[in-house]
Write a protein that binds this ligand. Sequence first.
Ligand SMILES: NC(=O)c1ccc[n+]([C@@H]2O[C@H](COP(=O)([O-])OP(=O)(O)OC[C@H]3O[C@@H](n4cnc5c(N)ncnc54)[C@H](OP(=O)(O)O)[C@@H]3O)[C@@H](O)[C@H]2O)c1
Length: 318
Amino acid sequence: MKGKNCLIFGGSGQIGRHLIRKLTKNDYKVTVVTRNIHQKGHIIKTQGNAGYIDIVESNIFNEAKIKSLFERADICINLVGILYEKKTSSFKNIHTIFPSLLAKLSKQNNLRHLIHLSALGINEAIDSDYAKSKLEGEKELLKNFSLTTILRPSVVYSIDDNFTTNFMTLLNRLPVFPLYYNGQTKFMPIHSSDLVDIIYNIISKNINSHIIECVGNETLTLKEIIEKLLNLIDKRRILLPVPLFFGKLSAKFFQLFPKPLITEDQLRLLKYNNIVSGKYKTNSDIGFPAKCLFEKEVEKYCYMWREGGQFSKKNVSK
Ligand SMILES: NC(=O)c1ccc[n+]([C@@H]2O[C@H](COP(=O)([O-])OP(=O)(O)OC[C@H]3O[C@@H](n4cnc5c(N)ncnc54)[C@H](OP(=O)(O)O)[C@@H]3O)[C@@H](O)[C@H]2O)c1
């Protein structure tokens, strides 16, 4: 029997939107829980054909409300995550306590599978509160529901991301771009479409593997990523290595803003390479290597940040 009803938390986000499209196109019905149906309803609703998507507005910790959703679900997918803490949401609540609630409800309702999005490199980043809370969340899941698959992606990019698009906006506006740790931190960026293909295959082929590291085909330093983006948007900028002391000072300042550019915790995280560990299976090991190449994909949407926008001349040097 094929599991058809997917209960998704965090479905209005970058990965969620791509995943809803993939699942509904392939005949899966999805129920998406959001905190604010007024803000997110139209975003979620337009990702699939009529009849395939139900939206439920709820606080994710309202156990009485979300409990009933599990009774109708075959599979639960958790995409809720935060990059910085707020007064109302801590790393512990979002990355540790919430996943353990999902594991409990999945077990009580005999779900076929619980897919949880964690993050790459969290074993290594021992002094990051983000990484520690993600790691604790993974432990809770594996302890409480054996049919859990944890995906640990490197940084995820696509036309609607908060990564390449934010960088291109900053590179457009700033004459000088700061590089923390000399820009030498390594990443293996994976495209959203490759990541949701992996999730789809795991669900449809019922693959059970506890932890899977999900990465693209290229290993790029942050400096190389920035240089590629500059080349794509046809801009010249000074890339300025920032001494750690000033890095910490600027992060202290930026984290005072409601949507900080960088926080002290993110700065600590940036110290560690975001690449496969060699200790866990990767998406290639389970038969789903990434297909997209970073520069080729970003080239498809970077014109919006070039002089002249859609009328700009393609003048990208390789
Ligand atoms: N994108 C990446 O580069 C990347 C890399 C590694 C790991 N991941 C992990 O993959 C997962 C999905 O990533 P994403 O980029 O798609 O996430 P996202 O766009 O930042 O957010 C996903 C959703 O989580 C919900 N959410 C956010 N803050 C919340 C809070 N305080 N309380 C309850 N719900 C909250 C929101 O849904 P509503 O507003 O609808 O409630 C939001 O749309 C996350 O766990 C993330 O840590 C992402």
